[in-house]
Write a protein that binds this ligand. Structure first.
Ligand SMILES: Cc1ncc(COP(=O)(O)O)c(C=O)c1O
Length: 380
């Protein structure tokens, strides 16, 4: 039995995912957090820190930046300096600071995680979406469409890598194409790599776009976090890597007076995660891989539903269009909810034929959710 098979009761903990449906018979497979307890190393570091009792303004632990520098080097052969790291409480915050820095319209690959839509607009600019295209069963880039979408006001590219909701991990060739595109059209690149550790496809390796060379790193804001990886998003701790000094200063200036410090517990958890979290992460990946395979198996057997393999993340992007065309026009997430399964509605990502299903949960709960999915879309 895996440690991840344990069902932990999250009700009454203020959980966005669970308490939204409190007192309803609902399997919540929507908001992107997992139902797993963080590794013991993290909880015991937090316990020790809490025992200390004083929670003043806190800088990152001395060793934390070194752990990040080392991690970038060993995993991605990417050499960064400690000074290029800027700590920030949230990835969405970093995305919004980035759009202020970009200072113009931003291109994005759609469908996309909703804050990508709002961030350029919140900075007073426009969001320009370019749809991924399905080629031989893989969500792919349409470089011609990207080129056509450019306007004189386009100043940035917001990349989600790996991509939420499609689950794609961009290949080196695709990243090279995007890097070349940004250089050719003088765009700043903001790359949200929050899902970079959650690799489902064992054959694949995450590549930070900025690690491809100075041509792209000089114009890139990379955002990462321990939050998705070790299931600690409620602790609000993330970081950006900006190697170009003047771009980094612009980013810090845009944060000034608006973005608070990372809190003491967030730093403690991040330090323990990057220092001791690897064995837990390996076990998690195996578990998520098995969950993904099971989700795909069940979906293959439901006529009218379709999901391409998830290469990274614990989120399945499921096309329900065929089912809807043949039967009725009810929204697929409403059909799920009626059958006691809460999924994320596709329209918030930009496509209302789809649902997004979070399979970051114990196998017994997964089976319960999948059973409800089967019943919801059964044609009897
Ligand atoms: C691509 C992506 N970026 C950012 C976030 C949220 O990050 P944070 O909670 O640090 O703002 C999520 C959460 O689902 C995500 O999928």
């Amino acid at each position: 039995m895996s440690q991840f098979d344990t069902i932990i009761d999250r009700s009454g903990t203020g959980s966005e995912k669970w308490d939204h449906y409190a007192s309803q018979d609902m399997v919540p497979m929507w908001v992107a957090d997992m139902d797993f307890a963080a590794p013991k190393e993290i909880t015991s570091a937090l316990r020790d820190r809490i025992e200390h009792g004083v929670f003043g303004y806190t800088n990152p632990p001395d060793e934390l930046n070194d752990l990040i520098v080392q991690r970038m080097l060993t995993r991605y052969q990417w050499t960064i300096d400690s000074e290029s790291i800027v700590w920030i409480p949230g990835v969405v915050t970093a995305l919004n600071v980035s759009t202020k820095v970009i200072g113009g319209d931003a291109l994005c690959l759609t469908p996309i995680y909703p804050p990508f839509y709002s961030a350029p607009k919140q900075a007073g600019h426009s969001f320009i979406g370019v749809d991924l295209v399905e080629e031989s069963g893989v969500w792919s880039l349409d470089m011609e469409a990207l080129k056509s979408a450019l306007t004189p006001e386009t100043k940035g590219f917001l990349l989600c890598s790996p991509h939420n909701p499609s689950g794609r991990m961009w290949t080196e060739k695709e990243l090279q194409q995007l890097a070349g595109f940004c250089k050719e059209h003088d765009l700043l690149m903001c790359s949200d790599e929050i899902h970079c550790d959650l690799i489902i496809d064992e054959q694949r390796k995450h590549i930070p776009i900025a690690s491809l060379g100075t041509d792209i790193s000089d114009r890139t804001i990379t955002i990462m976090a321990p939050s998705k990886t070790w299931n600690i998003p409620g602790l609000g701790c993330s970081f950006v890597i900006i190697q170009d000094t003047s771009l980094r200063h612009r980013f810090k200036k845009a944060m000034a007076g608006i973005v608070p410090w990372v809190n003491a517990l967030g730093f403690t958890a991040a330090h323990a995660a990057y220092k001791y979290g690897e064995p837990w992460l390996q076990e998690l990946r195996t578990y998520l891989r098995e969950n993904e395979a099971r989700v795909r198996e069940v979906i293959r057997a439901i006529p009218g539903l379709r999901m391409l393999p998830v290469e990274a993340t614990y989120l399945g992007w499921i096309d329900c269009g065929v089912y809807l065309d043949e039967t009725n026009q009810e929204k697929p997430w409403d059909i799920c909810e009626k059958h006691g399964l809460a999924v994320s509605p596709g329209h918030i990502f930009g496509n209302d034929r789809y649902i997004r299903l979070n399979f970051g949960c114990s196998r017994p709960l997964l089976e319960k959710g999948l059973k409800r999915l089967q019943i919801a879309f059964s044609r009897e």
